[in-house]
Design a protein around this ligand. Structure first.
Ligand code: SGN
Ligand code: CA
Length: 531
């Protein structure tokens, strides 16, 4: 056996952290353990990836992953918010078990994460970009991460050698750091697991110069539900503070200047100064040259605007900047894929593209996420694994971010700890669908009272229905018929036609909560932890 490469067989010999090796077939023994590149962006809606939908933007590089691999059209998160999603991904456990229920709570670093296990099993590990945990990641040979949310322009990075400010645009820099590691510090004698994590397209949606110039010239079709009146929905949808018209800031989000807004006598909050403070004078001048004229144009239009035309204007400004940041993500994903091809690494490297959750691009009149409703519950997922996944397959099974840890461990030939709660996706990836029997996925959101005022809720989704229970300061149920009402505008919880479905879904919800060890006691515990 060549000493320069590890084989699956060796994993058995070096099994660690209580993980046993699985039964390995002869064919597998001969194969080298694959590299894993986990690419995740922040708030990237599937509606903004052309492999899913070509209405808004072309993302040819991200699409390459689906073309050469698999496109999951029913991938969801368990808790649609940033840091909790990352904690679920790293631990393979639901939020109520790993304890990171919201962006504010601490991540308990005694949780075992899959990178720690892979590192001990002989993988070289690295992380670049946004983690958003408040603590440094464990189980990484090298990391360079943004502090908290991080900045778009000239960002600061936390490294093992101290903090450093790097001039440039965050998406380009995160990629430069990633490629630099692959080129200069990757150990060719080991398989690697790389987490390449973009800040974009997170609010306040600040594109690079190239793309703000291009995207501020564009207009986009309006979503069907932009003017949703929430008629059949409960209090939670009606009281959420994420409306484009009412809650999106003309300054912070639409990039008007405080002076413009003052001149027009509009009251508006702003943190734009904070978002832009890292630009140097030269960069700021270029930025002003593009965003300045938008102010002048708005001043002319504003006097004749009504709620509806203002909503549309804000929607267009929102999408111009949001999608502008995605154009950079796509371009940079292309750089990494090209490098893998050039270096002949692609054949033995699994590439995953996903987001920490979905996002509203004007659907229901909203931006942001948090709800178990479709656009924020669903997350993009594209995976390529040459010679294992047949190219160009669309997979509609219900998979979740909960499943990544066990998937990566199985790929590396390591048996996952028994208390992980997901399912390995390997059978789906390798065409062994018959063993996949999940018929419902669980969701639980906690961050309330908080920004955007989305009430606490939990629920399950099957391929046909979705039931949601909003609790804490309300007690409301909602049911959606996913096949007949994919846009989720009709809450049919009180429709007699669905009485039997409601009974069955409530029963299934209780069973699912039990299966994942969630309970009313835990609901209460996490409410009390807020006081
Ligand atoms: C910030 C944003 C919110 C967003 C949260 C969480 N406000 O607070 O709109 O929901 O992050 O996002 S901002 O005015 O500061 O941009 S998450 O992706 O990190 O969970
Ligand atoms: Ca996010």
């Amino acid at each position: 056996m060549k000493s320069s490469k590890l084989f699956y067989l060796l994993v058995g010999a070096s099994a660690v952290v209580g993980c046993k090796t699985k039964n390995i077939t002869t064919a597998e023994v001969k194969k080298e353990r694959p590299n894993i590149i986990f690419i995740m962006s922040d708030d990237h809606a599937y509606q903004a990836i052309s492999a899913y939908d070509t209405t808004l933007i072309q993302t040819p590089n991200i699409d390459r992953i689906a073309k050469e691999g698999m496109l999951f059209i029913n991938a969801t998160v368990t808790n649609s918010i940033c840091a909790p999603s990352r904690a679920v991904i790293l631990t393979g456990k639901h939020s109520h078990i790993n304890g990171k229920i919201d962006n504010l709570s601490h991540f308990d670093t005694t949780n075992v994460t899959f990178p720690q296990i892979l590192q001990k099993a002989g993988y070289q590990t690295a992380m670049f970009g946004k983690l958003h945990f408040g603590n440094n990641p464990k189980g990484f040979d090298e990391f360079k991460i943004l502090p908290g949310q991080g900045d778009y322009y000239n960002p600061k990075f936390i490294t093992q050698k101290g903090d450093t400010i790097i001039e440039g645009y965050v998406t380009d820099i995160t990629t430069d750091l990633t490629l630099d590691w692959m080129k200069h510090r990757r150990d060719p004698n080991k398989p690697f697991m790389l987490m390449y994590l973009h800040k974009a397209p997170h609010r306040a949606w600040l594109p690079s110069e190239k793309y703000y110039k291009e995207f501020t010239q564009k207009t986009f079709p309006l979503p069907e539900t932009l003017f949703d009146d929430y008629k059949t929905r409960g209090i939670a949808a009606k009281s959420a503070e994420m409306g484009i018209l009412k809650h999106m800031s003309l300054i912070n989000d639409n990039k008007l200047t405080p002076a413009t807004v003052k001149e027009l006598n509009i009251e508006q909050w702003s943190q734009l100064g904070e978002s832009l403070y890292t630009l140097n004078a030269k960069q700021r001048a270029k930025w002003d040259a593009v965003y300045g004229p938008i102010n002048e144009d708005f001043k002319k239009r504003y006097p004749t605007m009504n709620d509806s035309t203002l909503t549309v204007w804000k929607y267009q400004r929102y999408l111009q900047d949001y999608l502008g940041t995605i154009a950079s993500v796509d371009e940079n994903v292309g750089r990494v894929l090209d490098y893998l091809d050039e270096e002949k690494l692609a054949d033995n490297t699994i590439v995953v593209y996903t987001s920490d959750q979905g996002f509203y691009l004007g659907e229901h009149g909203w931006f942001d996420k948090r709800f178990m409703y479709n656009e924020s519950f669903k997350t993009p997922l594209l995976i390529k694994w040459p010679n294992q996944i047949k190219p160009g397959i669309t997979e509609d099974e219900m998979v979740q971010n909960l499943d990544f840890a066990q998937t990566f461990l199985e790929i590396a030939g390591v048996t996952a700890p028994k208390d992980m709660q997901g399912e390995s996706l390997v059978p789906l990836l390798t065409g062994n669908k018959a063993v996949w029997d999940r018929d419902a996925v669980y969701y639980h959101y906690y961050e309330y009272p908080a920004e955007h005022a989305v009430k606490r809720h939990y629920g399950i989704a099957t391929k046909e229905y979705k039931i949601i229970h909003f609790y804490h300061d309300v007690n409301e149920w909602e049911l959606y018929d996913r096949l007949n009402d994919p846009k989720e505008v009709n809450n049919v919880i009180n429709d007699p036609k669905y009485a039997q479905v409601v009974t069955e879904m409530k029963q299934k919800l209780q069973e699912t909560r039990k299966k994942y060890k969630d309970s009313e006691e835990l609901d209460r515990k996490y409410i009390e932890s807020y006081n």
